[in-house]
Design a protein around this ligand. Structure first.
Ligand SMILES: *Cc1c(COP(=O)(O)O)cnc(C)c1O
Length: 821
C-alpha cells in the first residue's frame, strides 16, 4: 500500500502548506538522530517535554530529508525543496497514519499487554508461528504511544500475522493505542502487584490495560489474577467475545493447566477442545511457564499442528533478544544480534549501530534474510538501498541468496556461500579497529563467528544493560523541575562500568554534561568521539596541556590551582571554560566563604576564563539525621554563588545535588544536578530502590567441582573446614578481580543455578571456593556474583562498605559486555 505525500490530507487532519514534489512515503521517523538521507523518508516533528523535533528541521533538510509533518508554525519557504504538512498535533498524526496502515492490514492481528512478559511472549509466539506462517512483530519493545504507531507502520500485505505489544504508564493511554491496534486476538500476560504512580489503584490499572481488547474476539489470560479477570469481564459486548481464561490453580476451570518438572524442563498439560495436549518445555521457572502457556493456548486456538509446535519449542530457550556489544580481537567491537532476521530487525540494529559514534570503521556481517513474501529481487534491492545509507566500510554476505546483493550494492562487498567458508577466510584476522555488526538467521550459526572474533580474556564478565541505564536516567530526570540540566559523573571508569561506552550511550540520551575525576579519563572519552562538554574535577598542572588539547573544562577549587591555570591560559585568545567549586562544609576541595573576595580578584584579572558553572557538594545528602546540615550547606551555597553571579554579570550554571540529593532535596536542584551512582541502579537513600533497575551483573564460571571428605580443609591457611562430607565449586573470581577478600568464610554468597552458595575458606587472588553440597552443578556452569541475585547494596553492607566501592573495585581485566533490548 502506497502513501503519497499529496494523499496525507485524506488520512490526517491538517493541510499541506508546501508541496514541491510528490514522493511516496516509505519510512517515517520521529528521532532526528535516526535520520537517513532518503527522499522517501518522512520526519514527524514532535514536541516533547525536553525536545522539540521542530528544532532539527534545518539539519534534517540539509541532510536531504524532504518530507515533514509539523504542528507548529515554521517558515517553510526556508526549505524550498521540501514538502510540509501542518497538523494540530503531531503525535495524533503519527497515530492516525499508523491506524490507516492497520485498517488496510488483512492478516490476523494479535495484541499483547500486561505488566511483565510482553516482549518474551511476543518473541516466542513469533518464533512458533513463523514455522508455518509469515509473521510480523513489533521491533524490540516498541510498545509506547509513539513506539506502537512506528511499529504498525511496517505492516505489510504479505504478512499472515502481526504481533503488537502495548504498554501504558498513565490513565487514558490505552484507549489511544486500542484505536490504532484493533487486535483481533488478545493476550493479557499478567499484572504486577505494585500499583504504578500513573494509576490510582491496581484494579484501575487492570481495567485500563483491558481496554486494548474492547473489540477483540478472543482473549487469552490467566485467571489466577482476579483483577485481570474482573477487568475483562466488564468490557462491552461480552457475548461476542471468547475468553480463554486458564489457571494453574483452579482444577474446576475449563482450562486447568498442569505442570510437572522433568529433568531440566517441564511437561505442560493443557486441555483444549475436549482433548489434552502435553508439551515439553525447556524451563522450570514460574514466569516462563506462565508466558509459554499463553503462547500454547493461542497456537492451539489458531490450529497450528501439534508436532510443529513441539519441534519449535525445543529451541525457544536459546532465543536471544538482546543486542550484545562486546570487545573483539584487534581493537574491534562486536554488536551481536541474532534477533529478527528481517528488514525491520536489521533497521533497528543499524540504528543502534549508527549511534556508536566512537568508531571510524564499520563492518556488517549478514546472512540471507528470511523474509517471506517478497521476491528475492525486491528483497535484496531494498536491503541494498537500506545499507547504502550507512556508509559501511565493508559488507560481508553469507549464504546463497544474499549473492543477489551484488546486483544492487555498489560499495565494498565480500560474499561467502556459508559460515564455514567465511571462518576459513577470517583465519587471517583481517578485521581491525572497527565496529562489527553480526546479524544472521539462526540456521547460519553465527555464534561461531562471534566466538571467533571475540576477545577472550577471562571467564568473568560484567554485563551492563544499557536500557536500564536509560530507565534510571529517566527516573531521575522525571524528578527534575523543567529546565534543570543533568550532568552525569562518569569518573572511575563510569563507576566500574567502562566509561566511553556509557558516555556514548548518555550522549545519545541527551544528557547535558559529563564529569570525570582526572584529565586522562576525559582524554579517553574524547578519543572515543564523545562530544559532550566534560568537567574535570581534579586537574593537575601537568595535565593542563591535555585539557586544552582535548577541550576539557577544569574545576578550579583553590587559589593555587586557579593561579596555575590562569598563568597557563594567559595568552590564549579564546575564552576558556572553567568550573568554580565552593566548599560549604564537605571540606574536601573548594573555595571557602572567606576566600570569595580573593576569588573575585582573580576572576577580574583573568578575563580569558569564562565560568561555565559554580557548584558545591553535600557531605551527607543521604542521611536524614544531617538534614539540618544539608540545608545549611544549600543556604550558604546559594548566598556565595549569587554573590559571584552578581560580580560576574553573567549567569553560569549552578549545581549542588548528587544522586541521593536528587532523591531527597527537590528544592536544591538549582540549574543542574550531578547524577552518579543512581544511574547504575543504586539508591543510597533506599527511598527509590524498588523503582530503580540494577544495571550490572557480575558473572563468572565454575572451574572445578570437588568432593571433600569430612575433616579436610579448603584453601589457604586451611581456613575452610569440612565439618561434614561436602561438595565445593572453585569459581574463577578472586580479590584481584574485585571480589573483596573480606567475603571469605561465608560472608560472601554467590548464586549458582538459582541457589546461594557461601564462600568457604579464604578468597584467593584469582579464584574462590564456595560450598555447593546441595546444588546440582558442574564445571562450566554460570555463577552470579551480583545482579539479579545478591545485590550490590547487600554485598556492600556484608563487608561494611558502600556500594560505590563494590562497583569501582571491579578490575579492568573483567570483560565488560553491553546489552540493549
Ligand atoms: C561523585 C560525585 C557526585 C556523584 O555522586 P553520587 O553519590 O554517585 O551521585 C556528585 N558530585 C561530586 C562532586 C562527586 O564527586
Amino acid at each position: 500500500m502506497k502513501i503519497e505525500f499529496s494523499s496525507l490530507p485524506t488520512i490526517l487532519n491538517g493541510e499541506i502548506c508546501q508541496l514541491q514534489k510528490d514522493y511516496t512515503i516509505e519510512n517515517i521517523f520521529i528521532d532526528s538522530r535516526n535520520a537517513v538521507s532518503n527522499i522517501k523518508n518522512l520526519f514527524i516533528a514532535i514536541k516533547g517535554e525536553r525536545h522539540d523535533g521542530h528544532n532539527f528541521i534545518a539539519d534534517l533538510y540539509s541532510n536531504g530529508i524532504r518530507n515533514f509533518i509539523i504542528d507548529e508554525e515554521i517558515k517553510v519557504d526556508k526549505y524550498p525543496e521540501a514538502n510540509f504538512f501542518k497538523t494540530e498535533n503531531s503525535i495524533n498524526a503519527l497515530q492516525a497514519l499508523a491506524g490507516y496502515k492497520r485498517k488496510n492490514f488483512k492478516g490476523n492481528l494479535i495484541g499483547i499487554t500486561g505488566s511483565n512478559g510482553k516482549t518474551i511472549v511476543k518473541e516466542w509466539l513469533a518464533k512458533l508461528i513463523e514455522s508455518v506462517y509469515s509473521v510480523y512483530r513489533s521491533p524490540r519493545s516498541y510498545n509506547s504511544q509513539v513506539g506502537v504507531p512506528l511499529s504498525l507502520w511496517h505492516l505489510n500485505h504479505y504478512q499472515d500475522y502481526a504481533i503488537i505489544e502495548a504498554g501504558i504508564s498513565k490513565m487514558g493511554e490505552m484507549e489511544k493505542l486500542e484505536a490504532i491496534i484493533k487486535p483481533k486476538i488478545g493476550i493479557y500476560t499478567n499484572l504486577g502487584t505494585a500499583h504504578d504512580e500513573g494509576f490510582p489503584s491496581l484494579e484501575e490499572k487492570a481495567h485500563q490495560k483491558a481496554q486494548l481488547f474492547k473489540d477483540s474476539s478472543t482473549i487469552i489470560f490467566c485467571k489466577d489474577f482476579p483483577e485481570i479477570s474482573n477487568a475483562l469481564h466488564s468490557l462491552p459486548k461480552l457475548e461476542e467475545k471468547e475468553f480463554i481464561g486458564w489457571s494453574f490453580e483452579d482444577n474446576t476451570s475449563n482450562y486447568f493447566v498442569e505442570t510437572e518438572g522433568r529433568n531440566n524442563g517441564t511437561a505442560i498439560r493443557i486441555p483444549f477442545e475436549e482433548q489434552f495436549h502435553i508439551f515439553q518445555v525447556p524451563f522450570q521457572d514460574y514466569a516462563s511457564l506462565e508466558n509459554i502457556t499463553h503462547c500454547l493456548l493461542l497456537l492451539l486456538h489458531e490450529g497450528l499442528p501439534i508436532k510443529v509446535i513441539q519441534n519449535t519449542l525445543n529451541d525457544i530457550k536459546s532465543l536471544n533478544m538482546r543486542l550484545e556489544t562486546k570487545k573483539g580481537k584487534n581493537s574491534t567491537y562486536l554488536v551481536d544480534d541474532s534477533y529478527n532476521n528481517d528488514l525491520v530487525g536489521l533497521d533497528t540494529a543499524l540504528q543502534f549501530f549508527s549511534q556508536q559514534k566512537q568508531f571510524q570503521k564499520r563492518i556488517l556481517i549478514l546472512s540471507d534474510l528470511l523474509e517471506t513474501g517478497l521476491s528475492s529481487e525486491v528483497l535484496y534491492q531494498q536491503l541494498a538501498d537500506r545499507i547504502a545509507l550507512e556508509k559501511l566500510n565493508l559488507v560481508v554476505g553469507i549464504g546463497s541468496e544474499i549473492r543477489m546483493l551484488e546486483k544492487f550494492y555498489t560499495s565494498d562487498l565480500k560474499l561467502f556461500p556459508n559460515t564455514a567458508s567465511f571462518l576459513e577466510y577470517e583465519k587471517e584476522n583481517s578485521f581491525q579497529e572497527s565496529l562489527i555488526l553480526i546479524k544472521g538467521a539462526r540456521k547460519f550459526n553465527f555464534e561461531s563467528i562471534v566466538q571467533r572474533l571475540e576477545q577472550k580474556i577471562h571467564g568473568t564478565v560484567l554485563e551492563i544493560d544499557l536500557n536500564k541505564i536509560t530507565h534510571n536516567l529517566n527516573f531521575y530526570r522525571a524528578r527534575l523541575k523543567p529546565g534543570v540540566k543533568t550532568m552525569v559523573m562518569v569518573k572511575a571508569f563510569a563507576y566500574g562500568s567502562s566509561s566511553h561506552e556509557i558516555a556514548n550511550w548518555l550522549e545519545f540520551q541527551n544528557v547535558d554534561y559529563l564529569a570525570v575525576a582526572y584529565a586522562d579519563e576525559g582524554v579517553i572519552l574524547r578519543q572515543h568521539g564523545i562530544q559532550l562538554p566534560i568537567m574535570v574535577m581534579n586537574p593537575d598542572p601537568r595535565s593542563f596541556e591535555l585539557l586544552h588539547q582535548y577541550n576539557l573544562e577544569p574545576e578550579l577549587y583553590s587559589e593555587t590551582i586557579f593561579k596555575d591555570y590562569a598563568s597557563y591560559t594567559r595568552n590564549h585568545k579564546s575564552l576558556l571554560k572553567v568550573h568554580l567549586k565552593l566548599d560549604t562544609g564537605m571540606h574536601r576541595l573548594g573555595f571557602e566563604a572567606h576566600e570569595i573576595e580573593q576569588l573575585q580578584l582573580l576572576l577580574r584579572h583573568n578575563p580569558q576564563l569564562k565560568v561555565a558553572s559554580i557548584f558545591s557538594h553535600l557531605a551527607a545528602s543521604d542521611e536524614a539525621m544531617h538534614n539540618g546540615f544539608s540545608a545549611q550547606q544549600a543556604m550558604s551555597f546559594k548566598k556565595l554563588a549569587e554573590s559571584l553571579v552578581d560580580f560576574l554579570g553573567y549567569k553560569p550554571i549552578l549545581h549542588l545535588l548528587n544522586s541521593p540529593g536528587i532523591s531527597r532535596f527537590p528544592d536544591y536542584q538549582f540549574d543542574m544536578v550531578r547524577l552518579g551512582i543512581g544511574l547504575y541502579g543504586v539508591d543510597p537513600t533506599g527511598i527509590y530502590s524498588g523503582q530503580l533497575q540494577s544495571v550490572s551483573t557480575l558473572k563468572t564460571v565454575i572451574s572445578q567441582v570437588k568432593h571433600i571428605k569430612k575433616g579436610e580443609t579448603i584453601g589457604y591457611a586451611r581456613r575452610g573446614v569440612a565439618n561434614e562430607d561436602m561438595k565445593t565449586a572453585t569459581i574463577s573470581i578472586g580479590y584481584a578481580d574485585g571480589f573483596n577478600r573480606k567475603f571469605s568464610q561465608g560472608i560472601g554468597k554467590v548464586l549458582i543455578n538459582g541457589i546461594l552458595a557461601p564462600v568457604i575458606g579464604n578468597v584467593c587472588m584469582d579464584m574462590t571456593m564456595v560450598e555447593v553440597t546441595n546444588i546440582d552443578c558442574k564445571a562450566g556452569d554460570e555463577v552470579i556474583v551480583f545482579g539479579e541475585g545478591p545485590n550490590i547494596s547487600d554485598m556492600a553492607s556484608a563487608i561494611d562498605t558502600i556500594p560505590y566501592e563494590i562497583l569501582t573495585n571491579i578490575s579492568e581485566r573483567v570483560k565488560r559486555v553491553f546489552y540493549t533490548e
